[in-house]
Write a protein that binds this ligand. Sequence first.
Ligand code: MD3
Ligand code: FE
Length: 210
Amino acid sequence: RTVAPGAVLVPDWLDLGEQRRLVEACRDWARGPVPMRAARLPTGHAMSVQTVCLGWHWQPYRYSRIAGDAGGGRVLPVPEWLAQLGRRAVADAYDDPAAGAPYEPDAALINFYDDAARMGMHRDQEERADAPVVSLSIGDTCTFRFGNPDTRTKPYTDVELQSGDLFVFGGPSRFAYHGVPKVFPGTADPDCGLTSGRLNITLRVTGLEG
Ligand code: MD3
Ligand code: FE
């Protein structure tokens, strides 16, 4: 399950009940106070993925508490049950209970992919902390491309992520390039709570204040 140093995949980590509960929570968060939207890149192009955030509002390439590009509302906090799920995820992925300080994510990004959505190769470097990123996948299977810290290009490893899979990215993998080149329509378990598309929830420690 270790894909690279610090990058650990735990297939089928969420049961179907937990997946449905998360999908329901995401539906609530997507309604507001900051509605789910396709973030706009500095080029002016909208991303094909739609995103709603908790704790901190992410825009390419900064975090804020106020969603200036999505109605100006204030982001909801990361609920304690979600932070707790993140702690269980890190503990299960790195079966070293003594490792590091307690995991306290202060931001969650929820990405929704329709059949045509993709995410280009990028690094997550708006955070000012090196704590791991916890990634939960629900719905259709995708190809996840895990690269290297130095270049957007090869070498990379393609991994299929399925509904219920957990992936934790810490240590030397935390600032590696990664992306989602393809989603496979119609591949989700009908009982996961999503009838089409793919949801990805990431938990992060931003290291930001205020
Ligand atoms: C590796 N999301 O939100 S999750 C993102 O499936 C993002 O929606 C993808 O990339 C998605 O930024 C990939 C896996 C992931 C997330 C964050 C990472 C891998 C990561 C941060 C550092 C290294
Ligand atoms: Fe990312």
